[in-house]
Design a protein around this ligand. Structure first.
Ligand SMILES: CC(C)(COP(=O)(O)OP(=O)(O)OC[C@H]1O[C@@H](n2cnc3c(N)ncnc32)[C@H](O)[C@@H]1OP(=O)(O)O)[C@@H](O)C(=O)NCCC(=O)NCCS
Length: 165
């Protein structure tokens, strides 16, 4: 992990994930309920190796991940991936269940947007289940005015990213 924002006053920090962060990411798997995993991956995941390899497929250019970190432990990840050179990247987020609704999802998306903008990415695309009220609220907050097109209970949309720095 490479620190982006130091933790302060009990508030988790942010770090860039690297391919070698397998052990920390594997422990995050144990902090997610099956429902949160399903919300993030749209399918159940039973093997931790499947989880870590999906999260750590990063090259810091077309695929990157920002983690929330507390006490050295990964408690959330926001990541993007794009086809090489594309100007839109897919966005995915997850926060350990015990840490949800504390602003971490919003912070991670802002930090990831900065990284993405630096790589020439102009917009994030999202897929979200229609009854995923937490993710829908998060998207309202980070992308006001986002219109999702729904099909088979899944909303799809994209929004321009802004660099915050
Ligand atoms: C969706 C998710 C990433 C949100 O992360 P988070 O850290 O809890 O989000 P934040 O604390 O930044 O909250 C952002 C807004 O959403 C609201 N919110 C978060 N969870 C909520 C919930 N379950 N129900 C209703 N509102 C919720 C917050 O109150 C906040 O609203 P506000 O701006 O009015 O204060 C997290 O719940 C999660 O990991 N869910 C499982 C995986 C998932 O659904 N991923 C998204 C699909 S890719």
């Amino acid at each position: 992990m490479v620190e982006i924002e130091a933790p302060r006053a009990g508030c988790p920090g942010l770090a860039r994930l690297e391919p070698g962060d397998e052990a920390a990411v594997a422990r995050l798997f144990g902090r997610l309920t099956p429902e949160s995993i399903y919300r993030r991956f749209f399918s159940p995941i039973s093997r931790v190796e499947q989880f870590t390899s999906s999260v750590l497929r990063v090259d810091q250019h077309d695929r990157a991940a920002v983690a929330a970190v507390a006490g050295g432990e990964v408690i959330g990840v926001a990541q993007y991936s794009r086809a090489p050179g594309a100007c839109t990247a897919d966005l995915a987020i997850m926060v350990a269940d015990a840490w949800q609704r504390q602003g971490l999802g919003t912070r991670m998306v802002a930090a990831l947007a900065d990284r993405a903008a630096a790589e020439g990415i102009a917009s994030f695309a999202v897929d979200v289940q229609g009854d995923n009220f937490g993710a829908l609220r998060l998207l309202e907050r980070v992308a006001p005015g986002l219109r999702l097109a729904f099909s088979a209970g899944v909303g799809e949309g994209s929004f321009p990213i802004e660099s915050h720095r």
